[in-house]
Design a binder for this molecule. Structure first.
Ligand code: TPP
Length: 292
């Protein structure tokens, strides 16, 4: 859509994205007023649109949670699975047809608590999936229980006197497990996050983009973080670009979060290696005689 002068306005670009990629019949969505998940969902479809991906070959997989509801709103081939198991379903889809672009949308609880073991093994395999974490530091859907990314000392409904667990850094956890692309964005940093998602989709191997999101209803209210706008301002004020973070001391980085491309390397992708196994297995000469 264009305005009367033939210029594409941001509003019209957004309308185009809605018409192209949103299942209007599933609206209104369930997210609370002020939730950042809608911003991140828009980042995802903008990245897909920029890359010109074919809708039929783009598969969106999600688990369970507020964030995982995105799979229901997006007009691709989508599957809304079970809590924590999105990566198991995504792995099956990618292995069945490696040509598909398989994108997982998940929450911090879904990917790092109940789904934590799937995360480390999918990363270790370097399977070509793109994971986008809407990381709101809390279990939103079930009422604000603390999650693996709830900051130490923050309050949740299951930690009314303050969380005593140390938090997971999801991107670094994935890097440690073998992810070959890891980046961190935030709901506030829209253009940067769109670029990270695009690069993650293009990457040949396991990619994860940890996007800091805000949940004003549970996390914000319990921790007295103010309005949704205050929570976005917190992201703006406390994000540090990776290039700058490298020059800062741990004391200077305390309470901040690092954004940008955190890790990228090229290693054998799992479905490619698996095709090689199939090739060898189909050349069986006898029951115990395999080509080496
Ligand atoms: C096996 C199983 N255990 C627990 C639940 C309940 N449950 C649903 S969503 C959720 C937490 C979601 O948190 P997160 O993944 O961080 O997503 P958010 O809602 O914050 O986006 C839980 C515990 C469930 N549906 N299935």
């Amino acid at each position: 859509m264009e305005n009367s002068n033939g210029v594409k306005t941001p509003h019209n670009q957004a309308s185009n994205l809605v018409e192209k990629y949103i299942r209007i019949e599933h609206l209104p969505q369930i997210w609370c007023a002020g939730c950042s998940n809608g911003i991140i969902m828009r980042d995802i479809i903008q990245a897909i649109d920029n890359l010109g991906l074919n809708k039929e070959d783009t598969i969106i997989v999600s688990g369970i949670g507020c964030s995982s509801r995105a799979a229901g709103y997006l007009d691709f081939n989508t599957i809304h699975t079970t809590h924590g198991r999105a990566l198991a379903f995504a792995t099956g889809i990618k292995l069945a047809n490696p040509k598909l672009e398989v994108i997982v949308i998940t929450g911090d609880g879904d990917i790092a608590a109940i789904g934590g073991n799937h995360l480390i093994h999918a990363a270790r395999r370097n399977i070509g999936l793109t994971i986008i974490v809407m990381n709101n530091n809390i279990y939103g859907m079930t009422g604000g229980q603390y999650s693996p990314t709830t900051p130490s000392a923050a309050v949740g409904t299951t930690a009314p006197y303050g969380n005593i667990d140390r938090t997971f850094d999801i991107a670094n956890l994935a890097i440690g497990a073998g992810a070959t692309y890891a980046a961190r964005g935030s709901a506030y940093h829209v253009p940067q996050t769109i670029k990270m998602i695009q690069d993650g989709i293009k990457h040949q191997g396991f990619s994860i983009i940890d996007v800091i999101s805000s949940c004003p209803t549970y996390f914000g209210r319990a921790n007295k973080l103010g309005t949704p706008a205050n929570m976005l301002k917190w992201q703006a004020d406390n994000a540090v670009m990776i290039s700058r973070a490298k020059t800062m001391t741990p004391a200077e980085l305390k309470g901040k979060f690092v954004i940008g491309l955190l890790h990228e390397e090229l290693l054998d992708e799992f479905t490619v290696s698996y095709q090689e196994v199939i090739r060898r297995a189909t050349k069986i000469k006898g029951v115990h005689e395999y080509e080496t």
